[in-house]
Ligand binder design. Structure first.
Ligand code: ME8
Length: 675
């Protein structure tokens, strides 16, 4: 990467249909990287656009009964409109029908032809209209093209060829010398594998008689340019006349971003074209995985494409931006489902970030006269720990961003927010506020939590620009530093906080809406979980498999009927346990049970959950979830709270269960049920 320069591109999308989530993802990735790099002090140029020539576009126009020119004039706007709605801030939108692009392509073609790098040959082969390329007989799968599985036709004609095969060795050498040229490494290995086979020459023309919609070859008016040869040159044609402020030309690009579907064209055709032209090669080519839906690649033709507009209309632009970047791990495929979308937004944004922000904001607004607190005179160990964690995380997130690992970067920010919630649970400002003598302590807690949230929000700025600006204003922050100046201590003491409501309302899934009495409350929030101590164990009078227990819950002793015959009575007596204290009373074989004890179901039998040191009666809660116990909890809501073990912790709706502020740990595989 050269100096503080950053030139990032997306593929230019075919102007033949409407964009879907896959197109939105690559463009969003470029937008977010561009924004991060601007905040890191880079001079940035971000290019996107539309691919407007070729058979696909010509056929789409014919189908609609319009000319190709009319078609692309109308269809390229669909991309521009979506980018505007999605908050994409590109620097230039290239169309391959632009005059400057056409003359650049013709100049390159003429140069290569004059140097004997392009020659006329007789050619026969299987041609796929959908992929716009020829395939060898042995490449076909069931007689169809191996990529889109569409029919192919046998074509025999004269055509111009770029002598690509000449550059095979030079390309292998370049890839091996520059280990970061093709990213991630799996894609690099794939390309090297491809290059180990003999490499053919590339047919770069189409007879005008068969396809008229393309850039005419400057040296033979009977032919137009193959759409890929035309399209790839956009990355250079868009910037030949441009340079950075210090006079350095923009080319070569820092990053080409694309999906793995167009790896070969970008990692073999394009670099060999540049080698033949004697132009510099891009610094990095990064190919991400596919967004899948119902297990298949999302595409217009499979009919499973998700329309990003629908999601933006329902849940807002920033949540869609967050989900797409958070849920695709760089290089791997990711699935898009309604349930996953809702779960992600509810857990990271509504429960964790939204909750932390709302809690701190409400305290600032109500208890500190609506002003940002002063830095604490004496920070305690909990404050120092949160500060150290935040500072470490800032460094970690910056490293992840500059290596394009946005999903882990967002996971690290989510962890920063979870730490704020843990800190708040531990320092319990809701108790401190009741004692006027502890005003200084309240100031310390709120300053520390607000400052940690400010840092997390600023790191999220490029992903959710509008929500972050509102969130920061709720903490009294109006001016945002660049990422270079982001350091602990920037909270503007004394500044007024702006009013603001919950930033990320919970999304209720349709299924849950019907079964849940309180549609806006997370099932886990509705549980009244308490530490208990078993004080009596009796056999059930009429059921062999049940005990009748008496459980001390602090202010009362409850009768609870439980299937714990795997234990001997002496193993249960005096044991601490976690009770669901608000479960609707139920008669079990004639004995009324007032609650339930939580146990982990292991293959070896049940194991009681322990609340640690908590005293009988102490309330347990879920990380980042405000307790709102239902009066008579139903078994359905208990099930909907999805109590299970994850990463050695007991969780409900994905949030850690806390006892005395500490996570309740349990050593069992992920997904082990707690009931
Ligand atoms: O290939 N998941 O255009 P195109 C993730 N015009 N990304 C996806 C995706 C999915 N399911 N579907 C599409 C072309 N994409 C050529 C490019 S460049 C010189 C010419 C994204 O409209 C991804 O970036 O078919 C993929 O590479 C691109 O859209 C293909 O867009």
């Amino acid at each position: 990467m050269s100096g503080k320069h950053f030139y990032v591109t997306t593929p230019i999308y075919y102007a033949n249909d409407k964009p879907h989530i896959g197109h939105a993802y690559t463009t969003l990735l470029a937008d977010v990287l561009a924004r991060y790099h601007r905040l890191l002090g880079y001079e940035v140029f971000f290019l996107t656009g539309t691919d407007e020539h070729g058979q696909k576009v010509e056929q789409a126009a014919r189908k609609r009964g319009v000319s190709p020119e009319e078609h692309v004039d109308e269809y390229h706007r669909r991309f521009k409109d979506l980018w505007q709605r999605l908050g994409i801030e590109y620097d230039y939108f290239i169309r391959t029908t632009d005059k400057d692009h056409i003359s650049f392509v013709q100049k390159c073609l003429q140069e290569l032809y004059d140097r004997g790098e392009i020659v006329l040959r007789e050619y026969e082969g299987w041609y796929s209209v959908s992929e716009e390329r020829f395939f060898q007989e042995d490449e076909l799968v069931d007689g169809k093209d191996p990529i889109g599985h569409k029919p192919v036709e046998w074509i025999s004609e004269k055509n111009y060829f770029f002598l690509m095969s000449k550059y095979r060795e030079a390309l292998i050498e370049h890839i091996e010398k520059h280990p970061d040229f093709i990213l991630p490494q799996t894609r690099k290995n794939e390309v090297l594998g491809f290059l180990r086979q003999p490499l053919g020459d590339l047919c770069i023309s189409r007879p005008r008689a068969r396809l008229a919609w393309g850039i005419p070859l400057p040296f033979d008016a009977d032919f137009v340019t193959y759409v890929w040869f035309d399209a790839l040159l956009n990355y250079e044609s868009a910037v030949v006349q441009r340079s950075y402020k210090d006079g350095t030309p923009l080319w070569p690009a820092t990053y080409h971003l694309l999906g793995k579907d167009i790896l070969t064209t970008h990692c073999v055709y394009w670099p060999t074209m540049l080698l033949a032209l004697g132009h510099a090669l891009p610094c990095h080519i990064f190919a991400h995985g596919w967004w899948l839906s119902q297990g298949a690649k999302q595409s217009k033709s499979s009919g499973n494409a998700v329309d990003p507009l629908g999601y933006m209309d329902l849940y807002g632009v920033d949540t869609v931006r967050y989900f797409l970047l958070r849920d695709m791990v760089p290089g791997q495929d990711a699935s898009f489902s309604d349930e996953q979308f809702k779960e992600r937004i509810n857990s990271d944004l509504a429960n964790d970030l939204g909750n932390a922000l709302q809690r701190v904001h409400v305290f600032l607004a109500r208890s500190l006269d609506g002003k940002v607190p002063r830095p604490p005179a004496n920070a305690g160990t909990a404050e120092e720990a949160l500060r150290a964690f935040t500072e470490d995380s800032i460094r970690k997130v910056m490293d992840l961003i500059t290596s394009l690992r946005l999903s882990p970067a967002l996971e690290a920010v989510a962890e920063m927010v979870r730490q704020v919630n843990r800190y708040l649970e531990k320092r319990a400002p809701w108790q401190v506020v009741r004692d006027p003598e502890r005003k200084e302590e309240l100031n310390t807690i709120l300053y520390t939590a607000a400052e940690a949230l400010r840092c997390a929000l600023i790191l999220l700025g490029p992903v959710m620009p509008a929500k972050v600006a509102t969130g920061l204003a709720m903490l009294g922050v109006k001016t945002q530093p660049t990422l270079l100046d982001l350091a602990w201590g920037g909270l503007p003491s004394g500044a007024p906080v702006e009013p603001g409501g919950p930033l990320f309302p919970r999304i209720q899934s349709e299924a849950k809406k019907e079964e849940s009495p309180a549609p806006d409350v997370l099932p886990a929030a509705q549980l009244d979980l308490r530490a208990g101590r078993i004080v009596e164990v009796d056999d059930h009078p009429s059921a062999d498999k049940l005990y009748v227990l008496r459980v001390d819950l602090g202010s009362e002793t409850r009768t609870i009927v439980a299937g714990l015959k795997a234990f001997r009575p002496e193993d249960l007596i005096e044991r601490t346990c976690v009770a669901v204290a608000n479960l609707k009373a139920a008669r079990l074989r004639g004995v009324e049970s007032h609650g339930m004890l939580l146990a982990v179901s292991l293959a070896s039998g049940p194991e009681l959950l322990s609340p640690g040191d908590a005293k009988p009666g102490a309330e347990l809660s879920f990380q980042g979830v405000v307790r709102q116990p239902e009066k008579r909890l139903t078994v359905e809501t208990l099930q909907a709270a999805k109590l299970e073990v994850r990463s050695g912790r007991v969780t409900g709706n994905g949030c850690d269960l806390l006892s005395g502020g500490k996570p309740v740990l349990f050593d069992a595989p992920d997904g082990t049920e707690v009931r």
